[in-house]
Design a protein around this ligand. Structure first.
Ligand code: F6P
Length: 376
């Protein structure tokens, strides 16, 4: 954490997958930086790529006015990393170009709004290019290390919960199993939160490898109790226990005629890959003899207006970042700890993931109301 002299100008960029609340955070940083600290604000377009390609816009009070409620990001975003960027078909280290461009623009500190990858990339610019940076934690996955929560998560959890509510009524009407896949490529926060809030019967998250037979038995027990439908919420990265994955792979091969079958699969058959949720639905349909359907929420979870909670969080995080800039503190992430905004050194955050701890109260509460996690 560095304390230096007052700065004159900042750049703001949004990087990684978008999420609701990015504009509210841009607004928070820019308005407070301009009004409270007389700092000039430059918007960098399309994440780190915009810095390398010198694509920027001036931000003033007018340009960040009216964006609090808007989804997406007015600056655009990309998953490009300065140290490994595709340039004309070649992967190149563009760190020096990014830093030189920032210096030429007079940027004293770069404010980077992003998830885990962005924390790493911002630290890289600081450590390898001497750039001052401040980051804000953004992702619907809620897996940024060092903060109790990241913005975008609350909105996405609300969207997924509403979807589960809607799936409930149709699953009940048809006596079906519905497998609902939600995002979360390394952590199960979204599946867990929305699953508990939506009253899912089964929640499968990457932190708890599941046993297919345990899940099927849970569904059959529900049926014996007179409940002929079930909702299974599954994180995109959920994992079956190792032995099952192998057994299923064998079955899959058999189905495709690669083992014990004289009929070779046509190449066209191999073009379409079965998604994890579809495979789960097929397996559970077979094991429980109950009709199953799949819904994958996908990017719907990342779109649209931010929730009130996210708007508040983004405004507070953005304003806190501006005050840190005003006092000359950088190379930190603005985190939420026990309800307060705090500066956490980037070195403590970058390269780590916040997964769901096994003793998390959402897990114990869900178990106590009979939710199955596929483990026991
Ligand atoms: O923003 C995080 C995330 O939503 C992950 O859960 C998901 O795997 C990924 O982004 C997909 O994003 P994209 O399709 O934009 O690469």
């Amino acid at each position: 954490m560095a304390k230096k002299t007052k700065i004159q100008c900042i750049g703001i960029l949004t990087a990684g997958g978008d999420c609701p609340g990015l504009n509210a955070a841009i607004r928070g940083v820019a308005k407070a930086a301009i009004a409270a600290h007389d700092i000039k604000v430059i918007g960098v377009l399309d994440g780190f790529r915009g810095l390398v390609e010198n694509r920027t816009v001036m931000l003033d009070n007018r340009s960040v006015s009216g964006i609090l409620t808007q989804g997406g990001t007015i600056l655009g975003t990309s998953r490009d990393k300065p140290q490994r960027m595709s340039m004309g078909g070649k992967i190149m280290d563009m760190t020096t170009t990014a830093v030189e461009n920032a210096r030429r623009l007079g940027i004293d500190c770069l404010v980077c709004l992003g998830g885990g990858g962005t924390q790493k990339n911002a630290l890289h610019l600081h450590q390898n290019g001497g750039m001052n940076v401040i980051t804000l934690p953004k992702t619907i996955d809620n897996d940024v290390y060092g903060t109790d929560v990241s913005f975008g998560f609350d909105t996405a959890m609300g969207i997924a919960t509403e979807a589960i509510d809607r799936l409930h009524t149709t699953a009940t009407s048809h006596n079906r199993l519905i497998v609902c896949e939600v995002m979360g490529h390394k952590a199960g926060w979204l599946a867990l939160g929305a699953g508990v809030a939506g009253g899912a019967d089964v929640i499968l998250i990457p932190e708890i490898p599941y046993d297919l037979n345990v899940v099927a038995e849970h569904l059959l027990r529900r049926r014996r109790e007179g409940k002929r439908f079930s909702i299974i919420v599954v994180a995109e990265a959920a994992q079956a226990r190792a032995n099952e994955t192998e057994a299923d792979a064998k079955q899959e091969k058999k189905r495709n005629g690669k083992e014990g079958d004289s009929v070779a699969p046509s190449p066209a058959i191999n073009l379409v890959q079965e998604s994890m949720a579809s495979r789960l639905a097929r397996q559970l349909q077979q094991l429980t003899e109950t009709e199953a359907r799949v819904t994958s929420l996908g990017h719907v979870q990342r779109g649209g207006i931010p929730s009130a909670t996210d708007r508040l969080l983004c405004t507070r995080l953005g304003v806190h970042a501006a005050h840190l800039l005003g006092e000359g503190t950088y190379n930190v992430m603005v985190a939420v700890r026990d309800g307060d905004c705090r500066a956490v050194p980037l070195e403590e955050v970058a390269g780590k993931k916040k997964t769901v701890p096994m003793d998390h109260p959402w897990i114990s509460a869900a178990r106590d109301v009979g939710t199955c996690f596929g483990d026991a």
